[in-house]
Design a protein around this ligand. Structure first.
Ligand SMILES: [Zn+2]
Length: 190
């Protein structure tokens, strides 16, 4: 069955329709499925003894893209790494703030910045994103910078360098990587 589409919600890059927006539900309805799942999870919960420090000394910044499973793709378990996510895996002030805490208080000694193929934040312009949000019924967002880039690897190198040169971070090793969503393979960029 073809999924319903709404006028004015086509993606600016692929021409594919955005996922239909969920009907506004009551708070109970909106979270019922995940709360039920959590009940089952809590019944078998075994992570109470985990320490807050990253067991593998690893910090990972990656995109919020739901196709990325950071623990699985790096062979990690809960407790192994600090995971930071945002749109485009970009190094922002808040990422740097978090990395200072991760480094000095939470055992992080090495940091991976992981961009990915087919990222909506790479390839389109800021204007494209503003227009797409307007077309989806959203407000005028031109006062927001979404940190899009048309040169993903250059942006990744610049972001990695920003972490490396951040004076509040001392003994950390930083690498930039590109994750291929079509193969699951990770390539080192810098
Ligand atoms: Zn992305």
């Amino acid at each position: 069955m073809q999924r319903p589409t709404h006028p004015g919600t086509a993606s600016w890059r692929t021409g594919q329709p955005w996922a239909p927006r969920l009907r506004r539900m009551s708070t109970d309805d909106a979270f019922a499925d995940v709360l039920a799942a959590n009940s089952a999870y809590a019944a078998c919960y075994q992570l109470a003894e985990l320490e807050a420090r990253a067991a593998k000394g690893l910090g990972v910044l990656t995109c919020m893209d739901s196709r990325i499973d950071p623990l699985a793709l790096l062979g990690l378990d809960p407790g192994d790494a600090k995971i930071l996510r945002n749109a485009g895996a970009r190094v922002t002030d808040d990422v740097l703030r978090t990395l200072v805490l991760a480094s000095y208080l939470l055992g992080v000694e090495r940091i991976m910045v992981v961009a990915h193929t087919s990222c909506r934040m790479a390839g389109g312009t800021e204007e494209d994103v503003h227009a797409a949000i307007r077309a989806a019924g959203g407000p005028d967002t031109r006062s927001i910078s979404f940190l899009t880039t048309d040169d993903q690897k250059s942006a990744l190198r610049a972001d990695v360098q920003r972490v490396r040169s951040w004076p509040y971070l001392g003994n950390v090793t930083v690498g930039g990587f590109l994750y291929d969503l079509s193969t699951g393979r990770l390539c080192r960029v810098c």
